[in-house]
Design a protein around this ligand. Structure first.
Ligand code: ADP
Ligand code: ZN
Length: 704
């Protein structure tokens, strides 16, 4: 059975982890139309965890509270019911800037969606109103302030409102970090629409915020769904902040064309790093609160449209980024707490594809954060901030699974022994007893009067007789030549590690000198033992095996086509197809419409709009390369290509999904169907997908 985690005892709360299928009450509804719409409009064959149950409750007109991490698939929870319910679904969303993209994405899937906000011209506004009056809008996005304008509200009441979804619902709570007074007005929504189901969704909710959402929106006995906050596709990694820039360049070399965000602590460092990367030939731009708002909007737009790959940003960047193909989030400086870290790394990999989260860590960054904490007046707030900073540092310094530390910080039990997707699980660090090493370094620092840098210290320990040492008469201190068992490079690495661990400190930016700390003095007295990382000659960023199971050349060709089409339509490329769709195309080489239709994310509308264009590229690529595995799916074609994301997922839940039907199976299927088994039951019995069962029943003449 799938692992479940429970943190609160609320009979009305459903928790899920990973792929678990949660039991729901007897009160059920036929979900066939939902599966049909999922295929037709979104091009997906299965639901993500909890989606099905949430949709079922909404269709039963219940109020629902949804807590899911970024990328969990919240939008579909209200977009799909909107298509099945009569009338219009209202989506309350805080970010005007995002509405257009959301509406464009829905339209690209053939769904009648619209938004109303101040960015529309008078004529555009009238058109939307006209469409609403004529009942041709299924989903309408509005900001809370607009929704609660009395005239607008009365106009809506005259329409048939089928569902109201409150996105980013935490904005209603003063205890959340994005409180927005406009959301507070939603308190009276239930009075205006007593019979309409409300669904509140958020990715960030402490129990206090959750309570606020439920009480303020006056949700009536809501079913609460909490998804696991484990982002399985994110690879967590912490690297020592030594030569961080070189490490970064090395990483970027392996990730050309990938979109990513690099977070820095200050505006100046964001500007500097972006400039340096630009000089190296990367398309990088800075983003922070010191830039004019027009420029910020332009930069964000370029990133969303894949015109620039790398944004070097302060925390100011991120809210309002719905981009699905962010492949890496790098923290060049230490984040101030794990909440920020989780939120910022959460922007990677919304499309479910593998993505990297890397921190360059040095304890010396704590000083910068402490400086800001010290500015706080409230003593309790200060203490909380320090505690959070210490938790952040422990995350960086842990030798155990990072995923476990992160999830348990947020109250979710994680009991896998090896997550398989963090540096500590993939490449456990070997440590050695470093007490003597540390003692040698600390006493050297003390003997030379805390006035020199790391290089000099290493030179002394190695017994170097460079002029500077002779001139300072440091060739006669006890530490001179006391460390010949290790190389200069290794002594440098040990010293840096001692700084990171707080046993020494580094002062000054240009020519940093190493000084003692009280903790370091404890080492000298022998009161404390130290574990150090086993020395290695070179520090490398762990590069995970790249998924070689798809054709990268074809992927690039399709990516350029997507970019061109997106530019022509002034849309972000991911609205046309997510990376996962392109990866499947470059894995299975579909060469006709019906093959193309089985690619993840290809619904009817996208098949019509883009099918031919993409098929042409794929066909001409296959002809040129004489390189074309068979499609439609045959057993052999799949046996060595199981790496593709959605196919792999389908095979996990429907192990025989791609296997040909045997005569025996046909016989059993006929008998079971005639005996009254439902399609759901048949799916389980035969290990196949809904579509597979249905089309076989049709072929056997049992279903029309
Ligand atoms: P959230 O709002 O929770 O951050 P989104 O609604 O943006 O998440 O969905 C995250 C990603 O998952 C999107 O790329 C979306 O297209 C994809 N997705 C949603 N539902 C499904 C599904 N049933 N099957 C496959 N992918 C899905
Ligand atoms: Zn792990």
């Amino acid at each position: 059975m799938a692992r479940q985690w429970i943190t609160e005892s609320n009979h009305n709360t459903i928790y899920a982890a990973g792929q678990s299928n949660v039991e729901f009450e007897k009160n059920t509804i036929d979900m066939d139309p939902a599966y049909h719409a999922l295929q037709k409009y979104f091009g997906y064959t299965t639901f993500l965890p909890l989606q099905k149950d949430i949709i079922q409750d909404i269709l039963l007109k219940k109020d629902v509270f949804v807590l899911m991490p970024t990328g969990g698939g919240k939008s579909l929870c209200y977009q799909l019911p909107a298509l099945l319910l009569d009338g219009v679904t209202i989506v309350v969303s805080p970010l005007i800037a995002l509405m257009k993209d959301q509406v464009d994405a829905l339209k690209a899937n053939g769904i009648a969606a619209a938004h109303i906000n101040s960015s529309l011209s008078y004529d555009e506004m009238q058109n939307v109103k006209l469409d609403l009056a004529e009942h041709i809008v299924s989903i309408l996005y509005v900001a809370p302030e607009r929704l609660m304008v009395p005239d607008f509200l009365s106009a809506l009441k005259r329409l048939n409102v089928s569902l109201i979804a409150i996105d980013e619902a935490h904005c209603i709570s003063e205890w959340g970090h994005d409180f927005r007074p406009g959301y507070r007005q939603l308190e009276v929504l239930k009075e205006h629409f007593p019979k309409v189901p409300l669904v509140a969704l958020t990715a960030t909710a402490t129990s206090r915020v959750q309570e606020d959402i439920t009480t303020q929106l006056k949700l009536s006995d809501p079913k609460t769904y909490k998804a696991s906050f484990n982002r399985k596709n994110l690879f967590y990694q912490v690297k020592p902040k030594d030569n961080a820039y070189d490490q970064l360049l090395q990483y970027l070399k392996g990730h050309k064309n990938d979109s990513g965000i690099i977070y820095c602590f200050s505006r100046k460092s964001a500007d500097d790093l972006a400039n340096k990367l630009k000089k190296e030939g990367h398309r990088a731009l800075p983003y922070h609160a010191g830039l004019k708002s027009d420029l910020r909007a332009e930069t964000q737009d370029k990133f969303i449209k894949d015109d620039v790959e790398i944004i070097v940003a302060t925390v100011a960047f991120g809210m309002g980024i719905d981009k699905s193909n962010v492949r890496f989030v790098i923290h060049y400086d230490l984040p101030k707490n794990l909440e920020t870290y989780y939120q910022e790394t959460g922007r990677a990999g919304r499309d479910g594809e593998d993505s990297d989260c890397i921190i360059f860590f040095s304890r010396s960054d704590m000083g910068k954060i402490s400086y800001f904490i010290e500015q706080k007046e409230d003593e309790t707030e200060k203490q909380i901030a320090y505690k959070k900073l210490r938790d952040m540092v422990s995350f960086c310094e842990t030798g155990t699974c990072r995923r476990k530390v992160l999830l348990e910080y947020f109250g979710e039990m994680y009991d896998e022994v090896n997550c398989g997707n963090c540096d500590n699980c993939l490449d456990p660090k070997e440590t050695i007893d470093g007490t003597i090493i540390a003692q040698k370094i600390v006493s050297c620092v003390s003997q030379i009067g805390e006035r020199f840098g790391i290089n000099y210290i290493a030179d002394i320990l190695c017994g170097s007789r460079i002029q500077k040492i002779i001139r300072n008469r440091h060739n006669i201190v006890a530490a001179h030549g006391d460390g010949k068992e290790y190389s200069k490079k290794q002594w440098q690495a040990f010293t840096k590690e001692l700084v990171r661990l707080g046993y020494l400190k580094s002062e000054g930016d240009r020519y940093p000198i190493i000084k003692l700390t009280p903790d370091g003095c404890d080492i000298l007295s022998g009161a404390k033992g130290v574990l150090l990382t086993k020395p290695e000659e070179e520090v490398k960023i762990l590069q995970k095996d790249v998924d070689g199971s798809f054709d990268h050349d074809l992927f690039e060709i399709l990516r350029s086509l997507r970019k061109k089409l997106a530019d022509d339509a002034s849309m972000p490329p991911y609205i046309i197809f997510h990376d996962s769709s392109l990866i499947e195309m470059a894995t299975y080489f579909p060469r006709n419409r019906s093959d193309f239709r089985t690619i993840v994310g290809v619904g009817e509308s996208k098949l019509e709009t883009y099918g031919e264009l993409f098929l042409n590229e794929i066909i001409s690529y296959c002809e040129k390369r004489e390189h074309a595995p068979p499609f439609p799916i045959e057993e052999e074609a799949y046996s060595d290509k199981s790496g593709a994301y959605s196919v792999k997922k389908i095979q996990e839940t429907h192990p025989r999904a791609y296997e040909p039907w045997t005569e025996d199976e046909d016989e059993m299927l006929t008998a079971d169907y005639k005996a009254g088994k439902t399609i759901e039951e048949l799916m389980g019995l035969f290990g196949r997908q809904r579509g597979g069962i249905k089309s076989r029943l049709m072929k056997l003449g049992l279903l029309s």
